[in-house]
Each structure stands twice: as C-alpha cells, then as structure tokens.
Design a protein around this ligand. Structure first.
Ligand code: G6P
Ligand code: BGC
Length: 889
C-alpha cells in the first residue's frame, strides 16, 4: 500500500519546485519572444478592470454550452449594495445546428435571443451583450475573437478562421426590433473571476477545476508583452492545463500518470490537467486500484471509467467517506473488508491531496507573480473558484487554501465560491460597458486640452503679433506682452572679474549668493549660496515686511560668510515684471505667482530694498543691477555658450527674454546694436487674444488665483498652476463618475494639493502602477489601479499642452530673431531654467519637438542653466562694474 502511494506524495519542497517552474512557464508565456512556443499560453483576455460595484443597467448574455444555449438578462442596480437580478432561459441546441452551416448556428442564436426578449415584454429595446463561446479562439480585442477550431460536439461549416463577434452581430442585425451590440466575448475562467462580489475587496484571480482546469488573473498590462497596452491591468487566461507538456513535470509523474496519459486521447498533452482535473482523478484512482487489487480482478474493475471523480472526492470525507468507499468497491464487484475501505480512502486522499497540492503550487505561482510585478510587499486578493471538484467537496478547497499559504506566504488569499459563469459574463459586459462610457466622457473632457498643429501655429502667430505690438511705442499699450527693455546690450565675454553679491527672488527658493568671478583658467565662476524661505504671509503681506525679511536674510548670509562690513556690488534677480529705465532701477508693474505684497507695485524695487537696508541700519548695499530671472539665465548660459541669445523660464512661473535689434525697440531711442528684451510672456492673452484656447478648467484656475484675469498664458503653462488644472479636471471626471467611483473626497477638494513635483513624479517612465498609487496615497487620495491610470493620463495631457504652448511661443521668438537678421537658417541657443522644465520627464523634449515643427528654419539648442540666475545677475553686475571702471578711467 505504502509503495503504491509513495509516487503520489509530493513534499512541500517539491511543490515549491512546481511553483517556480510554473512561474518560469508563465514568464515564457508573457514574453513576446517566447509566447508562441510557450506551454502555458498566457492568453490576453482584454479585460481591463474587475467590477467596482458602480456598474448599472441591463445586460444580455448568450452562453453557448455543449448541449444548451442559455440566454440571460442581468440587471445591476449600481447603488451601494449592488443588487443583481437575473432572468434566464435555456434552449436546447439541436445536432442539426451544432453540426450544420455556420449561418444557421448564428441565426439560431439570434432567434433564441428574440424569443427570450419577446417573452420578457420589456419596453427597452437597446442592449449590450456578452457572448460566451467556449472554443479555442484567438482573441485580439474584447469584442473580436477568431475561432481556431471547433471541439466537443460542434462542427459548423464556414466559421473557423472568422471573427465570431462579426458573425453574431450580423445575425442579430438581420431584424430591427431590438438594437443589440455585442461588446464582449468571454472565456469561462474570466467569467468565474468576474462573477464575484466586489464588496469584499478585489477578486483578481479565477480558478476552475472542473472536467478540465484553467486559471486567470489580472496582470500588469506592461508585463503582457503580446498586447500593445502598457497602462493598467489586463486579464490573462493562463491555459495552465498544458503546463508540463515540455517535460517540466516529468520528474513528478507517477506510473499511474504515465499509464493514464498513454491511454488518453491526447498523449503527452495537458499533463498538469491530467493530474488535477475532474476528468482524470477517478481514472488515476482506478489505475491504483487495479494494481492494489490485482489478485482480485473483477470485470468492472477492468473497465476504464468505472471509478467516478465525484465518488473519489466524497470518499475523502471523514464522516461518510468509508461508507462511500464500501459502496464504490462493491459496485466494482469487490467484497470489501474494513481494511479495503480504509485503503481505498487512503488512495483517494493521496490523489486528491496531490491534485490540491499541484493546484496550490500553480495558484501560489500566480499570486507571487502578481505580488512581485506590482512591487508589493504583501498582496491581498480573493480567488474565485468554480468547477465540479470545488463544488463536490470542501476538503479540496481547505487543502488548497492551507498549501497556498505555505507556498506563497507573502500573499493573503481568500477563496470564494464563484456565482456561476453566466453572472460573470454579464459582469464582463457590464464592466466593458462602464469602461466604454467612461472613456467617452474622459475623451470628451480631455479633447478640450488637445491642441492640433494648426492651433499651435495660431498661438505662435498670435504671440508674434503681440510681440510686434509690444515693441512699438504707439501700440505697446494694446499688447498683452510688455516687451520690457532690460538695458543689457551684450552677453558676457569672459573678461569679467571680482566678487559679487547676488539675490535671487521669485522662484521656488529665495537665495543669497556670493559669486566669485575669476579667469576661466582658474575655475571661472564659484558660488557660495544659502536658501531662505519666504513664508506666504510675508510674500502676501505688507511690502516693507517683505523687504525687511530680505535684508535680514542678507545680514544672516554675510554674518555666516564673515563678510559683515564689506560692501560688494550686488546683482538682484527679481523675477517679476519691472519697467526699467536703467540697469539699476526697476518699477514693479505687478506681482505674479504667489506674491502679492502691498505697497510695492509702481515702486522702484531697488529703492524699496535700499530703504529696508536703511531701516535696519546694519550695513550698506551697492545694488548695481536688477535683473529678471530669464535675463539672469540667458547670461549664465551665455557665459558658456556665446550663441545663447534667448533666456527661458518654465518653473513656478514662465517667461522669456531674447536679444532684439535696438532699431525694432520703438519704446527706446537708439538704432545700433541689440538689447535684451524681457518679454513677460506670462501675460500673453490678458487682452483676450487667447480666449478661444481657455477651457472651463483654465477659467476656474484663473478665477481662484491671486491675480484673476492676469498672467493667462502663464496659467496654462507653469508649475504653479498645472497641478490645479489637473485637480479641476479630476473633480469634473469624478463628478461624471469616471473616477474614484464617483465619490468626491475632501482631499480632492483641497486647492493646490498637486505640486509640480507631483506632476513630474507621476509621469516618470517605467513607474509601476503601485508607485503611481503610492504617490496618490501620499496625498491622501485612495485610488484603485484604474483611477491611478486615469490620473496619470490627465497629468500627461495637461503637461503636454503646456509644453506645446511653450514650444509655440519659443518658435515665435526664434523665428523673429531669424527674420530680424534676414537669415535663411538660424542657429541659436536657448538658456533654460525652472523646476518644471528640469524635473518633468517629458516636458523638455515636447517643447523641443514643437519648436522643431513650428520653426523648421531655426536650429535651436536648449542649454539648461545649472547655477540659477543669481550667477547671471552677478555676471551682469560684473559687466556693469567693468564698464563703469572704463568710464571713470
Ligand atoms: C532659476 C532662478 C530663479 C528662477 C527659477 C525659476 O533657478 O535662479 O530665480 O525664478 O529658476 O524656477 P522655479 O521653478 O524655482 O520657479
Ligand atoms: C514673472 C516673470 C518671471 C517668470 C518666471 C513670471 O510670473 O512675471 O518676470 O520671469 O514668472 O519666473
């Protein structure tokens, strides 16, 4: 007895080996390279989501079985306790249909459908339908599936190689009483997974152990290499019954398996299935019995098929098992002793435990794979189980559950009895319908933010017109871009020397810097700097308080650097629009971004700074230049690349400056040479010229800002606003039921929860969904996998629009420079700074791409500034000092 059963005993260690071989086989099935030869096929099922409980409406199901067709209408309430009601009817499928011409079969399916619907007497005539077609197919979409071959009882001419959805849809369309759209073809395993109630948490694995065995699970789409998608999840049907067909299980096969396989219809195939599923368990036991009772052979015992799987499962039961064993042995013509019955029970237990063990190893492989690929430390999931083997006896499930725990200790797996595949097919249909409706809504919403090349060309042309208007004295007031002269007429030439102080105010950080400008041989420019914070109440309080704070920071810096008492020339980067009349004077035209200190607009900022110094009475300051950050950046980059004639900032705010011909600057006297113009393009559109481009989200963001109606272009582009645009879109999508299951959380209603760094991190390449979820969780948003995919999509659309608009604006600038110089081709460098441009994974590339398209005659190099615009401000101070020295000499 012991000897007979030994080959069936698989130690835990062996099961671990089975698990790892299954994992390898799954990997081969998922990889594009090895998919076609893989023994475990890993077929994509084009199911992107499991039910979330919000599905609602009435859905039709056609479930074609071997002998019957079941037609079902499922109604989902879609409210908190998702009620499901089903009405169904079965139609026998006659042989003449199952083996007749294809058209007849599909006409039969359609007729049964009308008969069923007519019987319901419903006013509704529009339906979506899910079709369960249990034959080997090559599925290419949820609603596209090509029959490879008929099996079982079916053999209809003219169907193989064709898309069964088209055939069914055509048959349905032959009448016009009902409008029915076939939206899903479903495999029975996915039906099992989808039938489970969503309320207990996601059920992302389906397991069928019936006559055959199969499993499915929700994989990360990017690991399913045979489909194009890389976002979100994708249902995969493993087809694991054929695991081992390449020999992976050879060292575990018992002599009974070999005998069974040899005698089967498909020797060498479906090796795993033959050790597990209902079609074979009885037969394995039978092979063992023929060995055990070889001395007492009876005609019944000699007959294959004389032992039923159903009985085997029952015999494993502690209570009724021995009695069933006796009955079965008697039926085999054996006069069974107590010992015989006991032995029979041992045999059945060994066969079932092995089946449950192998099944557990397979399931452990699936959940471990999910856990690893989702980069989780623990995975919690329900597994929907179905099939005769589960239904017949609880023991199988218990053993399975215990062993999975041991084989995949990192996963919490709960087995749930599925509620029948018809419900699951209905759910696949309902989920597909929900996703399609949501997609439509999402597309409509996001279409507002998608700009065609022609639209971008219009933006470019509009900016060009505003630039011309802004440059001319008579029309300057009409233009939304101020085109401010900066009194900077040359870029650094490398001969600048000396130590300088610099202030850098207006971006994310306020900095005080000591800049030592030496010869290039001696290391060029060296910077020591300190970052100070400007709390919002200071940025938005009385101006005197803001400038006192700045002076305190300078004093602190000087003390730390042991520079108290020294008066170095100072360059002041002040990143707000200022009207300059000289290099060291700048009248603040308006605050932008997060600043709104009172009493400053209309004042000379340098004067405000000097007054604060005086109030503090600490030290003296020698401010020689006030510089916009775009100009500081251009200078800083110009020190390394003399071709740098444009400065661009895309950070908290956005703006650009460039070298304009003095003769074009109507607001200044002088014809010769060039001057750097601070465009202040953030205000582009403030005169209404961009109104056609604003979406409702842009208008909301503008209205809620510190400066409504102003900096309209900046509010489409820069880091301070993109997160808010995203949040407004998410609110709308939630309201439309496309996100967060339609529930608005207080968190999402909090302004400014998304900052630039969030936009940058959420779009990082290769970020697993879990990381996207983690970023959102960190913000206090509880998201599903689909939510996080959609949030990421919204971020992408908003950031892409920003980058393209920015590109269109850069194109307008470089084209103007080219035309100014009457050049066929212009080679120019743009010095760039700003957190959005630098940190966002795709922004820079999208800007550059747009410039290439819109300014094809300019070859534009983008040079990122590494040291901030404080360095540029110091260089400008250095040039000013050099010029002043020359003038004195
Ligand atoms: C540079 C400058 C800042 C400027 C910033 C823009 O680093 O030194 O003065 O305002 O770029 O970037 P941010 O993303 O900080 O607004
Ligand atoms: C300011 C500009 C500045 C830009 C980038 C805008 O809000 O008006 O002066 O260059 O932000 O910091």
């Amino acid at each position: 007895m012991q000897n007979s059963l030994r080959p069936l005993c698989l130690s835990l260690e062996t099961l671990h080996r089975v698990k790892s071989r299954m994992l390898e086989a799954m990997e081969r099935g998922l990889s594009r390279r090895t998919h076609s030869q893989a023994t475990v096929r890993m077929l994509p099922a084009f199911i992107r989501s499991t039910p979330d409980g919000t599905e609602r409406g009435e859905f039709l199901v056609l479930e074609l079985g071997d002998t019957h067709l079941r037609v079902l209408l499922m109604e989902l309430s879609g409210d908190t306790d998702q009620r499901v009601t089903m009405k169904e009817r079965c139609f026998p499928v006659p042989d003449a249909i199952a083996q007749g011409p294809g058209e007849k079969l599909f006409a039969f399916l359609a007729t049964c459908l009308w008969e069923f619907l007519d019987g319901l007497h419903m006013p509704k005539t529009d339906f979506e339908l899910g079709f369960s077609f249990p034959f080997t197919c090559r599925q290419t979409r949820l609603d596209q599936s090509y029959l490879i071959s008929w099996s079982k009882r079916f053999q209809c001419a003219g169907v193989e190689g064709r898309d069964v959805v088209v055939l069914l849809q055509d048959a349905i369309n032959k009448q016009d009483r009902y409008h029915i759209k076939v939206i899903a073809v479903v495999n029975d395993t996915t039906g099992t997974m989808m039938s489970c109630d969503a309320s207990a948490g996601p059920c992302e694995v389906g397991l069928v152990v019936d006559a055959g065995t199969n499993s499915c699970f929700m994989a990360e789409a990017r690991h399913v290499e045979v489909v194009e998608e890389s976002e979100g999840r994708m249902g995969v049907v493993t087809e694991w019954g054929s695991f081992g067909d390449d020999g992976a299980l050879n060292d575990m096969l018992s002599p009974y398996d070999l005998q069974l396989d040899q005698a089967s219809l498909n020797p060498g195939r479906q090796r795993f299935e033959k050790m597990i599923s209902g079609l074979y368990l009885g037969e394995i036991v039978w092979h063992i019995l023929t060995e055990l009772f070889s001395g007492r052979m009876t005609p019944a015992l000699l007959t294959k098929g004389s032992v039923q799987t159903q009985d085997i499962l029952e015999i494993t039961d502690e209570q009724v098992g021995l009695a069933t064993a006796r009955r079965v042995l008697r039926a085999l013509g054996l006069e069974a002793s107590d010992q015989d019955c006991f032995n029979m029970q041992q045999v059945c237990k060994a066969v079932c435990i092995r089946a449950a063990g192998l099944c557990a190893a397979g399931l452990a492989a699936i959940v471990s794979h999910m856990c690893r690929n989702r980069e989780l430390s623990r995975l919690k999931t329900s597994v929907a189980v179905d099939g005769a083997v589960f239904r017949a006896h609880a023991k199988f499930s218990q053993t399975l559950q215990q062993l999975v725990k041991q084989l995949a200790p990192e996963c919490d797996v709960t087995l749930v009895q599925a509620e029948g595949s018809s419900k699951g097919i209905g759910m696949v249909t309902a989920v597909a319908s929900r996703l399609a409706a949501q997609r439509l809504q999402v597309n409509q919403t996001l279409a507002l933010l998608q700009l065609s090349p022609a639209a971008l060309g219009t933006v470019q042309a509009l900016l060009r017109r505003e630039m011309e208007l802004g440059l001319k004295k008579e029309t300057n007031a009409m233009s939304s871009v101020r085109m401010l002269p900066t009194y900077i007429c040359a870029t650094p030439d490398g001969s600048e020397r000396g130590d300088f102080l610099a202030l850098d105010l207006g971006g994310t950080n306020f900095r005080v810097l000591l800049v030592k400008v030496g010869s290039r041989e001696r290391g060029g420019v060296q910077i020591i700097s300190e970052v100070y914070s400007i709390p919002p109440h200071v940025a938005q309080g009385p101006g005197s308080q803001l400038f006192d704070h700045i002076v305190e920071c300078i004093a602190d810096f000087q003390t730390k650097q042991g520079m108290m008492g020294q008066t170095l020339p100072l360059g002041f980067t002040f990143s707000f629009p200022c009207q300059q009349t000289s290099l060291d004077q700048g009248i603040l035209l308006s605050w932008t971004k997060g600043f709104n200190a009172s009493g400053c607009v209309g004042q000379d900022v340098v004067k405000l700074l000097r007054e604060a110094v005086k109030r503090k009475n600490h030290f003296a300051l020698d401010v020689v230049a006030i510089v916009n950050d775009t100009v500081g950046t251009m200078m800083s980059c110009g020190y390394h690349d003399p071709n740098c004639e444009v400065g661009l900032i895309v950070g908290t705010g956005t703006n650009a400056c460039y070298m304009e011909q003095l003769r074009n600057v109507g607001t200044l006297a002088g014809e010769e040479g060039r001057m750097c113009i601070n465009m202040e393009w953030g205000a582009f559109g403030d005169n209404g010229c961009l109104d056609a481009f604003f979406t409702p989200f842009d208008r909301q963001v503008d209205e809620a800002s510190l400066n409504p109606g102003r900096q309209r272009f900046e509010k489409l582009i820069s880091g301070m606003y993109l997160g808010e645009i995203v949040r407004r879109i998410l609110l709308e999508l939630t309201d439309k039921g496309c996100l967060f299951r339609g529930r608005l959380s207080p968190k999402l209603q909090t302004p400014d929860i998304f900052q630039t760094k969030f936009l940058s991190s959420i779009e990082s390449d290769g970020l697993a969904l879990r990381q996207v979820c983690a970023i959102l969780e960190e913000l206090g948003l509880h998201v599903s996998c689909e939510d996080s995919v959609l949030v990421r999509e919204v971020c992408q659309v908003v950031a892409r629009r920003a980058a393209q608009l920015c590109g269109a604006a850069v194109a307008a600038v470089v084209e103007k420079i080219r035309e100014n110089r009457s050049l066929e081709q212009l080679a120019v460098t743009v010095g760039v700074d700003g957190t959005l441009y630098k940190l966002h994974p795709h922004f820079a590339q999208q800007v550059q791409e747009t410039v290439r398209q819109l300014a094809p005659r300019c070859s534009v190099t983008f040079l990122q500034s590494e040291d901030g615009s404080g360095k540029g401000a110091a260089l400008i101070a250095a040039v000013a000092c050099r010029v002043a020295r020359h003038q004195r000499a």
